[in-house]
Design a protein around this ligand. Structure first.
Ligand code: TYM
Length: 335
């Protein structure tokens, strides 16, 4: 995993809570592979974040390995990037503590994801759920990352990371780079297929709302055929057509066609034809990911080798940063 000094650094992470959704894929992961050519990239399966909601330990372990295999199947090349499991690098949690001491209670209270998640998990509003964005800031700042590729739903957390970095710099002297978000122009918020005014999410109770990237072709087509749309019949992007807008965004993301091209392609045809075409295009697009995943998940020794080397490289970069941070805040140097 060669890291070059003259390239900017990218960090991003994804939670290992079951298979990735089409939203994770279009909004984030599929952009990660191409960035490897021009940037030093660090990608992590963020298992520390996952335990902010109750997890079955055996399932979490399995999901984490699967998520790691899926990351590689989506084009992250461990020879080009650092790809590791977050809990294998203790520096994230250590830096998180220091940053927590430069983060205000009020700032964390304003995070919309905290409000949503604490309403959803009302019987387990734990401190980790509240301080989650501080850990996310530590993930990014531990590498002094320049860019963070994310979907729109993580923008507020990134803004907080920038504020935490700026406050630290103000208190202790310029040190952290202020990270920029890298949000795709189309597909930064893929919506539910059953309620297109809501984000597509793996925690949706309705299985038809969400396409998983390991779903087989028939399942994908069935979910798209059942997608909720409006009562018109013309395939075009517009106000009040959130279902069709979402399907057009997805179709555009997997075929590379513009909205105008899509409208011409389906002129004179109905929504039924369009939904079928979207389902087929998505299934065909994801086929190589499914094939690569099947091979990778069967080779646990290879995966272990990759994530071990990944965390070793991640530790090296972040230990240097953390040593400087400890010095800046006034801890006694170890040697
Ligand atoms: P997570 O695991 O929820 O999602 C991973 C990435 O997928 C994007 N995403 C979507 N994009 C478009 N449409 C959707 N429906 C959709 N759903 C999810 C997310 O925006 C995200 O980019 N807190 C983060 C993980 C994290 C992280 C980090 C990210 C931890 N540390 C540091 C960047 C940098 C999260 O829970 O993402």
């Amino acid at each position: 995993m060669p890291q070059s000094n003259d390239k900017k650094l990218i960090f991003s992470g994804i939670q290992p809570t079951g298979t990735f959704t089409l939203g994770n894929y279009i909004g984030a992961i599929r952009n990660w592979g191409p960035l490897q050519e021009d940037y030093n990239c660090v990608y992590s399966i963020v298992d520390l974040h996952a335990i902010t909601v109750r997890q079955d330990p055996a399932k979490l372990r399995q999901n984490t390995l699967q998520a790691y295999a899926l990351l590689l199947a989506c084009g992250i090349d461990p020879e080009k990037s650092i790809a590791f499991i977050q809990s294998h690098n203790v520096n994230h949690a250590e830096l998180s503590w220091v940053l927590a001491c430069t983060t205000q209670f009020g700032e964390l209270s304003r995070m919309t994801q905290f409000k949503d998640k604490s309403a959803k998990h009302a019987n387990d509003v734990n401190a980790g759920l509240f301080t989650y964005p501080v850990l996310m800031a530590a993930d990014i700042l531990a590498y002094n990352a320049d860019l963070v590729p994310i979907g729109v739903d993580q923008k507020q957390h990134l803004e907080l990371a920038r504020n935490i970095a700026a406050r630290f710099n103000q208190r202790y002297g310029e040190f952290f780079t202020l990270p920029e978000p890298y949000i795709p122009k189309t597909g930064a918020k893929i919506m539910s297929l059953q309620d297109p005014d809501k984000k597509m999410s793996k925690s949706d109770d309705n299985p038809n709302a969400c396409v998983l990237i390991l779903d087989d072709k028939d399942t994908i087509i069935r979910k798209f055929k059942r997608a909720v749309t409006d009562s018109e019949s013309v395939v075009c992007y517009g106000e009040g057509k959130s279902g069709i807008n979402n399907l057009m965004t997805i179709y555009s993301a997997v075929t590379g066609k513009s909205f105008d091209e899509i409208t011409s392609e389906f002129a004179g045809k109905g929504y039924g034809d369009f939904k079928l075409a979207v389902g087929e295009a998505v299934a065909d697009h994801l086929e190589p990911v499914r094939t690569a995943y099947a091979k990778l998940i069967a080779d646990k020794a290879y995966l272990k080798d990759c994530y071990t080397k990944g965390s070793e490289s991640a530790m090296k970069i972040t230990r240097k940063v953390l040593t400087k941070v400890y010095h800046k805040v006034g801890f006694v140097d170890q040697r």
